[in-house]
Design a protein around this ligand. Structure first.
Ligand code: ATP
Ligand code: MG
Length: 222
Protein backbone atom coordinates (compact mmCIF):
# COMPACT_ATOMS: atom_id res chain seq x y z
CA UNK A 1 0.00 0.00 0.00
CA UNK A 2 2.60 2.54 1.12
CA UNK A 3 6.34 1.92 1.30
CA UNK A 4 9.21 4.32 1.85
CA UNK A 5 12.71 3.21 0.93
CA UNK A 6 15.80 4.95 2.32
CA UNK A 7 13.94 8.22 2.44
CA UNK A 8 16.21 11.25 2.97
CA UNK A 9 15.27 14.91 3.20
CA UNK A 10 17.87 17.63 3.65
CA UNK A 11 17.03 21.32 3.89
CA UNK A 12 19.65 23.90 3.03
CA UNK A 13 19.49 27.09 5.04
CA UNK A 14 22.35 29.44 4.14
CA UNK A 15 25.58 27.44 4.68
CA UNK A 16 23.85 24.96 6.94
CA UNK A 17 22.29 21.60 6.02
CA UNK A 18 19.41 20.30 8.15
CA UNK A 19 19.07 16.51 7.99
CA UNK A 20 15.30 16.45 8.54
CA UNK A 21 14.89 12.75 7.58
CA UNK A 22 17.63 10.15 7.62
CA UNK A 23 17.14 6.88 5.72
CA UNK A 24 13.56 6.22 6.70
CA UNK A 25 12.20 2.77 5.80
CA UNK A 26 8.51 2.41 6.54
CA UNK A 27 5.65 0.25 5.34
CA UNK A 28 1.91 0.30 5.98
CA UNK A 29 -1.04 -1.63 4.56
CA UNK A 30 -4.82 -1.46 4.49
CA UNK A 31 -6.41 -1.44 7.93
CA UNK A 32 -3.29 -0.27 9.79
CA UNK A 33 -3.53 2.54 12.30
CA UNK A 34 -0.03 3.82 12.93
CA UNK A 35 0.89 6.66 15.27
CA UNK A 36 4.30 8.29 14.93
CA UNK A 37 5.32 10.14 18.07
CA UNK A 38 8.01 12.75 18.22
CA UNK A 39 8.94 16.12 19.68
CA UNK A 40 8.86 19.40 17.79
CA UNK A 41 11.42 19.46 14.98
CA UNK A 42 11.88 15.66 14.85
CA UNK A 43 10.72 15.44 11.22
CA UNK A 44 7.04 14.50 11.52
CA UNK A 45 5.61 17.02 9.07
CA UNK A 46 8.53 16.53 6.70
CA UNK A 47 7.76 12.80 6.61
CA UNK A 48 4.03 13.30 5.97
CA UNK A 49 4.67 15.90 3.27
CA UNK A 50 6.93 13.45 1.43
CA UNK A 51 4.40 10.63 1.70
CA UNK A 52 1.62 12.97 0.54
CA UNK A 53 3.82 13.90 -2.45
CA UNK A 54 3.48 17.57 -1.44
CA UNK A 55 7.27 17.71 -1.24
CA UNK A 56 9.96 15.64 -2.98
CA UNK A 57 12.72 13.72 -1.16
CA UNK A 58 16.44 14.51 -1.46
CA UNK A 59 16.89 10.79 -2.15
CA UNK A 60 14.99 7.56 -1.65
CA UNK A 61 11.58 6.53 -2.87
CA UNK A 62 7.93 6.63 -1.86
CA UNK A 63 5.79 3.83 -3.33
CA UNK A 64 2.03 4.33 -3.23
CA UNK A 65 -0.08 1.36 -4.25
CA UNK A 66 3.01 -0.13 -5.87
CA UNK A 67 3.84 2.97 -7.87
CA UNK A 68 7.26 4.68 -7.54
CA UNK A 69 6.30 8.33 -7.11
CA UNK A 70 9.70 9.80 -8.10
CA UNK A 71 8.93 8.72 -11.67
CA UNK A 72 5.69 10.72 -11.87
CA UNK A 73 5.16 14.20 -13.30
CA UNK A 74 3.56 16.96 -11.24
CA UNK A 75 0.18 16.38 -12.86
CA UNK A 76 0.37 12.63 -12.31
CA UNK A 77 1.24 13.31 -8.66
CA UNK A 78 -1.75 15.64 -8.32
CA UNK A 79 -4.00 12.92 -9.72
CA UNK A 80 -2.58 10.32 -7.32
CA UNK A 81 -3.05 12.67 -4.35
CA UNK A 82 -6.69 13.29 -5.31
CA UNK A 83 -7.55 9.60 -5.61
CA UNK A 84 -5.42 7.79 -3.09
CA UNK A 85 -4.56 10.13 -0.21
CA UNK A 86 -6.76 11.85 2.37
CA UNK A 87 -5.26 14.62 4.49
CA UNK A 88 -6.21 15.87 7.96
CA UNK A 89 -4.40 18.91 9.37
CA UNK A 90 -3.82 20.46 12.76
CA UNK A 91 -5.67 23.63 11.71
CA UNK A 92 -8.50 21.77 9.88
CA UNK A 93 -7.91 23.72 6.61
CA UNK A 94 -11.57 23.95 5.68
CA UNK A 95 -12.72 26.45 3.06
CA UNK A 96 -14.35 29.25 5.12
CA UNK A 97 -17.02 30.31 2.60
CA UNK A 98 -18.29 26.76 2.05
CA UNK A 99 -20.73 24.86 4.28
CA UNK A 100 -19.74 21.62 5.99
CA UNK A 101 -21.56 19.76 3.20
CA UNK A 102 -19.76 21.71 0.46
CA UNK A 103 -16.37 21.24 2.11
CA UNK A 104 -16.83 17.47 2.11
CA UNK A 105 -18.22 17.55 -1.44
CA UNK A 106 -15.32 19.59 -2.81
CA UNK A 107 -12.85 16.72 -3.53
CA UNK A 108 -15.64 14.86 -5.36
CA UNK A 109 -16.14 17.85 -7.68
CA UNK A 110 -12.44 17.59 -8.51
CA UNK A 111 -12.96 13.91 -9.32
CA UNK A 112 -15.91 14.79 -11.57
CA UNK A 113 -18.53 12.68 -9.79
CA UNK A 114 -22.21 13.12 -10.64
CA UNK A 115 -24.37 15.19 -8.29
CA UNK A 116 -26.41 12.21 -7.06
CA UNK A 117 -23.35 10.16 -6.24
CA UNK A 118 -21.72 13.14 -4.53
CA UNK A 119 -24.77 13.63 -2.35
CA UNK A 120 -24.92 9.98 -1.37
CA UNK A 121 -21.25 9.84 -0.38
CA UNK A 122 -21.21 13.19 1.44
CA UNK A 123 -24.34 12.44 3.50
CA UNK A 124 -23.04 8.99 4.41
CA UNK A 125 -19.78 10.43 5.74
CA UNK A 126 -21.41 13.33 7.56
CA UNK A 127 -23.54 10.70 9.31
CA UNK A 128 -20.51 8.57 10.12
CA UNK A 129 -18.82 11.50 11.87
CA UNK A 130 -22.18 12.40 13.42
CA UNK A 131 -22.62 15.95 12.12
CA UNK A 132 -25.34 15.44 9.50
CA UNK A 133 -27.44 18.03 11.33
CA UNK A 134 -24.69 20.66 10.82
CA UNK A 135 -24.38 20.14 7.05
CA UNK A 136 -25.47 23.68 6.18
CA UNK A 137 -23.22 25.50 8.67
CA UNK A 138 -19.97 27.18 7.69
CA UNK A 139 -16.73 26.38 9.59
CA UNK A 140 -17.03 29.56 11.70
CA UNK A 141 -20.48 28.41 12.84
CA UNK A 142 -19.31 25.10 14.40
CA UNK A 143 -16.87 24.07 17.15
CA UNK A 144 -13.24 22.96 16.70
CA UNK A 145 -14.09 19.30 17.23
CA UNK A 146 -16.93 19.56 14.72
CA UNK A 147 -14.58 21.23 12.21
CA UNK A 148 -12.11 18.41 12.57
CA UNK A 149 -14.93 15.92 11.99
CA UNK A 150 -15.79 17.75 8.75
CA UNK A 151 -12.11 17.52 7.79
CA UNK A 152 -12.07 13.78 8.53
CA UNK A 153 -15.20 13.28 6.41
CA UNK A 154 -13.56 15.26 3.60
CA UNK A 155 -10.41 13.10 3.84
CA UNK A 156 -12.41 9.87 3.52
CA UNK A 157 -15.04 10.84 0.96
CA UNK A 158 -12.81 10.04 -2.02
CA UNK A 159 -12.28 6.51 -0.62
CA UNK A 160 -8.50 6.93 -0.40
CA UNK A 161 -5.97 4.17 0.27
CA UNK A 162 -4.36 6.09 3.12
CA UNK A 163 -5.32 8.96 5.42
CA UNK A 164 -2.46 11.10 6.73
CA UNK A 165 -3.09 13.24 9.80
CA UNK A 166 -0.62 15.85 11.09
CA UNK A 167 -1.31 16.59 14.79
CA UNK A 168 -5.10 16.26 14.38
CA UNK A 169 -5.78 16.95 18.07
CA UNK A 170 -3.40 19.90 18.56
CA UNK A 171 -6.16 22.54 18.50
CA UNK A 172 -8.70 20.53 20.51
CA UNK A 173 -9.21 20.14 24.25
CA UNK A 174 -8.33 16.66 25.48
CA UNK A 175 -11.93 15.34 25.71
CA UNK A 176 -12.69 16.52 22.16
CA UNK A 177 -9.34 15.13 21.02
CA UNK A 178 -10.31 11.70 22.37
CA UNK A 179 -13.66 11.88 20.59
CA UNK A 180 -12.01 12.76 17.29
CA UNK A 181 -9.47 9.94 17.69
CA UNK A 182 -12.15 7.36 18.46
CA UNK A 183 -14.05 8.45 15.33
CA UNK A 184 -10.87 7.96 13.30
CA UNK A 185 -10.38 4.48 14.77
CA UNK A 186 -13.97 3.53 13.98
CA UNK A 187 -13.65 4.77 10.39
CA UNK A 188 -10.37 2.85 10.12
CA UNK A 189 -12.30 -0.34 10.96
CA UNK A 190 -15.27 0.45 8.73
CA UNK A 191 -13.37 1.66 5.66
CA UNK A 192 -10.30 -0.61 6.01
CA UNK A 193 -8.18 2.36 4.99
CA UNK A 194 -4.68 2.83 6.43
CA UNK A 195 -4.29 5.73 8.87
CA UNK A 196 -0.96 7.36 9.64
CA UNK A 197 -1.07 9.95 12.41
CA UNK A 198 1.92 12.04 13.53
CA UNK A 199 1.74 13.80 16.87
CA UNK A 200 3.40 14.88 20.08
CA UNK A 201 0.14 14.33 22.00
CA UNK A 202 0.48 11.21 24.20
CA UNK A 203 -3.34 10.79 24.23
CA UNK A 204 -3.29 9.97 20.50
CA UNK A 205 -1.00 7.00 21.11
CA UNK A 206 -3.79 5.22 23.04
CA UNK A 207 -5.66 4.83 19.75
CA UNK A 208 -2.74 3.29 17.83
CA UNK A 209 -2.55 -0.27 16.57
CA UNK A 210 1.15 0.35 16.04
CA UNK A 211 3.39 3.02 17.57
CA UNK A 212 6.64 4.37 16.19
CA UNK A 213 8.89 7.05 17.65
CA UNK A 214 10.70 9.60 15.55
CA UNK A 215 13.82 11.36 16.81
CA UNK A 216 16.12 13.56 14.73
CA UNK A 217 14.60 12.28 11.50
CA UNK A 218 14.94 8.59 12.33
CA UNK A 219 12.17 6.07 13.07
CA UNK A 220 12.42 3.78 16.10
CA UNK A 221 9.76 1.07 16.28
CA UNK A 222 8.20 0.49 19.74
N1 ATP B 1 11.37 24.52 4.78
C1 ATP B 1 12.34 24.24 5.66
N2 ATP B 1 13.57 24.79 5.53
C2 ATP B 1 14.54 24.50 6.40
N3 ATP B 1 14.42 23.67 7.44
C3 ATP B 1 13.23 23.08 7.64
C4 ATP B 1 12.12 23.35 6.76
N4 ATP B 1 11.06 22.64 7.19
C5 ATP B 1 11.49 21.98 8.28
N5 ATP B 1 12.78 22.23 8.56
C6 ATP B 1 13.61 21.66 9.65
O1 ATP B 1 13.53 20.25 9.54
C7 ATP B 1 13.39 19.63 10.82
C8 ATP B 1 12.10 18.83 10.87
O2 ATP B 1 10.97 19.74 10.77
P1 ATP B 1 9.45 19.24 10.81
O3 ATP B 1 8.61 20.40 10.45
O4 ATP B 1 9.35 18.03 9.98
O5 ATP B 1 9.29 18.88 12.36
P2 ATP B 1 7.97 18.41 13.16
O6 ATP B 1 8.34 17.13 13.84
O7 ATP B 1 6.80 18.40 12.26
O8 ATP B 1 7.83 19.55 14.26
P3 ATP B 1 6.47 20.17 14.95
O9 ATP B 1 6.04 19.17 15.99
O10 ATP B 1 6.99 21.42 15.58
O11 ATP B 1 5.46 20.40 13.88
C9 ATP B 1 13.47 20.78 11.82
O12 ATP B 1 14.80 20.89 12.28
C10 ATP B 1 13.06 21.99 11.01
O13 ATP B 1 13.67 23.17 11.53
MG1 MG C 1 4.98 19.50 12.22
Amino acid sequence: MLVTENLVKDYHVGQETVHALQNVNFETTAGDFTVINGPSGSGKSTFLNLIACIDRPTSGEVYIDGEATSQLTESQLAELRKRKIGLVFQTFNLIPVLSAYENVEYPLLLLGLKRSERKERVMKLLEQVDIQNLAKRRPDEISGGQRQRVAIARALVTEPKIVLADEPTANLDSETGKKVMSIMRRLNEEHKVAFLVVTHDPVVTNYAKRTINIRDGQLLED
